[in-house]
Design a protein around this ligand. Structure first.
Ligand SMILES: Nc1nc2c(ncn2[C@@H]2O[C@H](COP(=O)(O)OP(=O)(O)OP(=O)(O)O)[C@@H](O)[C@H]2O)c(=O)[nH]1
Ligand SMILES: [Mg+2]
Length: 276
C-alpha cells in the first residue's frame, strides 16, 4: 500500500520532533510498535542527526526554507502488509508564506495533489486566540497603526490560519481527504492523559472544530494529543533518566487510550477502512 502523507504546521509546531521520534521508534526493537522500518529513501544522515538530538534532548534546529526535506520515503511494515510512506519535513515558514502570499510552488501543489493523508501539527503552547481591537490601548487604535503593524501569520488567530490552509488543500484535492491533527507538546497540559484531544480542540479552537464538523463529508478527521519529546527541553535530566527513550513518548487518542507508539497514528490514518 502506498500512502503519501503531507505534513503541515507553523514554525515550532513539532513536525521535526515527531519525525525524530518516529525514526527512532521504527528502528528500535525493545518496545513493540504498530509499524517498523523495512527501507528508507532520502537523506538518511538527516534522520540520524534528528534522532541523535532527540535521544540527547537537544534543541532541534529550525527547518528552514532551502533545507527542507521534500523526499523522505519510508517503507514500513506491520508484519503482514507493507506501507510506503512519503513524509516530507517542511519549514513552518513555507505554510506562513502560503497563508500570506496566497501563492504555492508547483512542487508543493503536486505534493498536495497526490497526498492521501494530511498530518497537521499544532503546538498547544502556540494557540493564539483573536484579540479584540477594543482591548488594545486606545492610542494604538489608529487605522494607520493597525494596518502598519499587521503581519498576518503573526497576528491572525491560529485557528483562522489552519482553516485557511485546509481550505486551500480542499481546493486542490477536490475529493475527500483524511486529516490527522496532532496537538503537540501535550505534556504541557496538566492531567494530560485524561484530557480528551478532540474536546480540547473543540474548547480551544472552536471555529476549527466547527469547520471540521461541518465538512465531515470532505475531511475525515482524527485528533491526537502527542508528546514526542516527553517534556520540555529544560527537563533534560528527568527525561534522560528514563531508561528506554521510547517510553518518554506519549500518544493520547480520541478514546483517551495512552501509548508510546507514534507509528499507531500513521497506521490508523493509512487504514483502508477509515471510518468517520
Ligand atoms: N514540551 C514539549 N515541547 C516539544 C515537544 N515536541 C517539540 N517540542 C518543542 O517545540 C519546538 C519546535 O519543535 P520542532 O519539532 O523543531 O518544530 P517544527 O514544526 O519542526 O518547526 P519548524 O522546523 O520551525 O517548522 C522545540 O523547541 C521543541 O522543544 C514535546 O513533545 N513537548
Ligand atoms: Mg522542523
Amino acid at each position: 500500500m502506498n500512502k503519501n502523507f503531507f505534513i503541515m504546521g507553523a514554525p515550532n509546531a513539532g513536525k521535526s520532533t515527531y519525525l525524530a521520534a518516529l525514526w527512532h521508534s521504527i528502528n528500535q526493537k525493545n518496545i513493540s510498535t504498530s509499524l517498523t522500518l523495512k527501507k528508507m529513501t532520502g537523506d538518511l544522515q538527516y534522520l540520524y542527526q534528528l534522532e541523535h538530538k532527540w535521544l540527547e534532548i537537544e534543541q532541534l534546529e529550525r527547518t528552514v526554507i532551502g533545507q527542507e526535506k521534500m523526499q523522505l520515503i519510508l517503507l514500513l511494515t506491520d508484519g503482514e502488509c507493507d506501507l510506503n510512506l512519503e513524509f516530507p519535513d517542511l519549514s513552518g515558514e513555507t505554510f506562513q508564506n502560503i497563508y500570506e502570499t496566497r501563492e504555492l510552488t508547483v512542487e508543493l501543489y503536486e505534493k498536495i495533489s497526490k497526498a492521501d493523508v494530511i498530518l497537521y501539527f499544532i503546538n498547544i503552547e502556540n494557540i493564539f486566540p483573536a484579540e479584540l481591537i477594543s482591548k488594545l490601548p486606545s492610542e494604538l487604535r489608529t487605522e494607520e497603526n493597525l494596518l502598519k503593524s499587521r503581519k498576518p501569520s503573526e497576528h491572525d488567530p491560529t485557528q483562522v490560519q489552519v482553516i485557511d490552509l485546509l481550505q486551500i488543500i480542499l481546493e486542490i484535492k477536490r475529493e475527500p481527504i483524511q486529516l490527522g491533527i496532532i496537538l503537540s507538546a501535550w505534556d504541557l497540559l496538566e492531567n494530560n492523559e485524561s484530557v480528551n484531544p478532540k474536546k480540547f480542540l473543540k474548547e480551544k479552537m472552536s471555529m476549527l472544530w466547527q469547520f471540521i464538523e461541518s465538512n465531515n463529508k470532505k475531511i475525515f478527521t482524527k485528533v491526537w494529543g502527542v508528546s514526542a519529546l516527553g517534556g520540555k527541553i529544560e527537563d533534560v535530566d528527568r527525561l534522560l533518566s528514563i531508561e528506554e527513550p521510547i517510553n518518554r513518548i506519549k500518544v493520547v487518542n480520541e478514546a483517551n487510550m495512552v501509548s508510546q507508539d507514534v507509528t499507531s497514528i500513521i497506521s490508523e490514518l493509512s487504514g483502508e477502512l477509515y471510518d468517520n
